[in-house]
Design a protein around this ligand. Structure first.
Ligand code: PMP
Length: 377
């Protein structure tokens, strides 16, 4: 496995982020994590105490049947025609994506990705020898997050949705945030093209990521290959975690939880958007429609790792945009701002600090530009 060219820049970013994580005083607008206060610790604890020995035993690679039935029922509510035996339980959406990739693509080929893309999908594609392209490549499989994109927090543009379906190519549909749209729910692309779409989902965003339980619905011709790839990778998803989730879902009203979660995260998104409009009116971004983050850009170009260092000095964190790009661009300075981690009452203070960091960054960018400008004779 080769380390891709952007990896060393990523390591620099990671080093800064690790240093700032948990540092008292730094307000976090980075990371894209679910809010830990939403984790249903007590109910999960209750689900754990009733587990039988089967939850400690090996199992078949496809996963526990009760859990597969629940996932199929849940997806049918969003117009996906799926039966429980078509669902493969995985170790999170990340493994589902890896399996879909392994069974459907060839190393050395291109894969279509959004212009701003979930970094660990980009890194995975590169690690598996593929070349992610945000420009249209004729034969390429497409990776997409139609319901809610990470990092933008927005749905795929409707025209783009139509174009994707019309192309008749394989599609890896990452629906990790599909249940966390604030407004109207969209049927996944899988509902329109089940023979070409791999549908990827997870409990990481709506329950908790630590249990590592997700799913994959592969098109029929890839289903057995996917099951085999899962078995060769780790035999089965963690049976203990699957058992906990299965019992939790049997005991709780998950739809009610989803309504509550959407309101919870929408309040945080609104707090961030309001504070940005008030304190950094020159910042460009689209209002998020779901998920945990938004995507912001400045007209000025510059080094985004430097911007992160400046932000941390001012007591706030953000995610530099270069990690989200398939190719380094000169389209101004971009970064992801996470709203999921901060309570609304702290958002204004976080954005106040961000505004100071951006002002400092823009000032030094202007100074650098004028120092470079030719001196008139
Ligand atoms: N897809 C997207 C778009 C994500 O943001 C993430 C997590 N950040 C994943 C997949 C991986 O999720 P999981 O924890 O279920 O592996």
């Amino acid at each position: 496995m080769d380390l891709a060219p952007g990896y060393f820049r990523h390591l620099r970013i990671e080093r800064l982020q690790r240093r700032s994580a948990g540092q008292p005083g730094v307000l976090t607008l980075s990371g894209g994590l679910p809010a830990p206060e939403t984790f249903p610790v007590r109910s999960l604890g209750r689900s754990l105490t009733g587990l039988g020995r089967d939850a400690l035993q090996y199992d078949w690679p496809e996963g526990r049947s009760g859990l597969r039935e629940w996932v199929a029922r849940h997806l049918r509510q969003r117009d996906v025609k799926v039966e429980h035996d078509e669902v493969l339980i995985t170790s999170g959406a990340q493994q589902a994506l890896d399996i879909a990739l392994q069974v459907s693509t060839e190393p050395g080929s291109s894969i279509g990705v959004p212009e701003a893309c979930y970094p660990l999908a980009l890194a995975l594609f590169r690690a598996r020898g593929m070349s992610p392209e945000s420009k249209l490549v004729d034969e390429a499989t497409e990776y997409t997050m139609p319901a809610v994109e990470n990092p933008t927090g927005c749905a795929l543009d409707p025209a783009e949705r139509v174009r994707l379906l019309a192309r008749q190519r394989l599609i890896l549909e990452d629906d990790a945030y599909g249940d966390l749209r604030f407004g109207r729910q969209h049927p996944p692309l899988h509902a329109s093209a089940p023979d070409r779409v791999f549908l990827i989902g997870t409990f990481s965003k709506t329950l908790c990521p630590g249990l590592r339980v997700g799913w994959l619905v592969a098109p029929p011709r890839f289903r057995e290959l996917a099951r085999r790839a899962k078995q060769l990778s780790d035999l089965q998803a963690n049976t203990f975690a699957q058992g906990i989730v299965e019992r939790y879902l049997a005991a709780e009203d998950f739809e009610e939880r989803l309504v509550w979660l959407r309101t919870f995260y929408e309040r945080r998104a609104t707090a961030l958007v309001d504070a940005l409009r008030k304190r950094v009116p020159y910042l460009r971004f689209r209002e998020p429609e779901g998920g945990f983050s938004l995507w912001a850009s400045l007209e000025e170009s510059g080094e985004d790792t430097e911007l992160l260092a400046t932000a941390l000095r001012h007591g706030v964190s953000l995610d530099p945009g270069s990690d989200f790009r398939s190719t380094p661009g000169s389209r101004g300075l971009c970064f992801r701002l996470t709203f999921s981690s901060l309570p609304p009452r702290q958002m204004d203070e976080a954005v106040k600090r961000l505004a100071r960091a951006l002002a400092e960054h823009r000032k030094s960018a202007r100074e650098r530009a004028s120092a470079k400008a030719p001196v008139s004779p």
